[in-house]
Design a protein around this ligand. Structure first.
Ligand SMILES: Nc1ncnc2c1ncn2[C@@H]1O[C@H](COP(=O)(O)OP(=O)(O)O)[C@@H](O)[C@H]1O
Ligand SMILES: [Mg+2]
Length: 169
């Protein structure tokens, strides 16, 4: 599935479509892990920001390059995506779909050299909880601890406003 995004808004729509794909993962026995592949500036953090917004996270999502890992609790549990997107969510609008997650975890492995460095941050425990949605930038750096069945999302820079996004597996 390849998607050409011409703006951050289109990236947001791709993020929403991606979330919808996760809606039937209700019976998963461990966390949903998404590897965000692609060079600097390809849109990995922007995608995460868009996805967080769809999940109703109001906090500003900043790149966790220096803190490595950030955890955002989801307001609606189970998490709920509304038709108009989170910013215009009103209590009256009925949810478009529900997701099994209660936390979004955003990891930037750019400064890491191996999975063991994530292990000390309690990664195993996060992995064991099916209510966790874990997005990892630079998953190549911690390839040894990426679950085999993780979603692989590839990001490619085309020009100033254009990005290609592709979901593999
Ligand atoms: N279509 C698009 N989709 C996503 N980001 C875009 C797009 N067009 C321009 N951009 C810009 O590209 C930059 C991507 O940076 P960022 O998401 O931090 O990349 P990465 O995390 O992959 O290093 C942002 O400044 C964003 O506004
Ligand atoms: Mg980034």
């Amino acid at each position: 599935m390849e998607f050409i995004s011409h703006s951050v808004l289109e990236t947001a729509s791709f993020a929403k479509d991606f979330l919808e794909k996760l809606a039937d993962r209700g019976k998963a026995s461990s966390a949903t892990v998404v590897g965000l592949y692609g060079n600097l500036g390809a849109g990995k953090t922007t995608f995460t920001q868009c996805l967080a917004k769809e999940l109703g996270i109001m906090e500003t999502i900043t790149s966790p390059t220096f803190v490595i890992e950030k955890i955002y609790p989801l307001k609606h549990s189970p998490s709920t995506v509304f038709p108009q997107g989170c910013s215009t969510t009103s209590p009256q609008s009925s949810p478009q779909f529900k997701l099994p997650f209660t936390q979004l975890i955003h990891i930037d492995a750019y400064r890491l050299e191996k999975g063991a460095e994530l292990a000390v941050l309690g990664f195993e425990k996060l992995l064991n909880d099916p209510k966790n949605l874990i997005l990892i930038e630079w998953p190549e750096r911690v390839a040894d601890i990426m679950p085999k069945d993780h979603f692989r999302l590839k990001f490619e820079f085309v020009d100033e406003n254009t990005r290609i996004m592709e979901l593999e597996n």
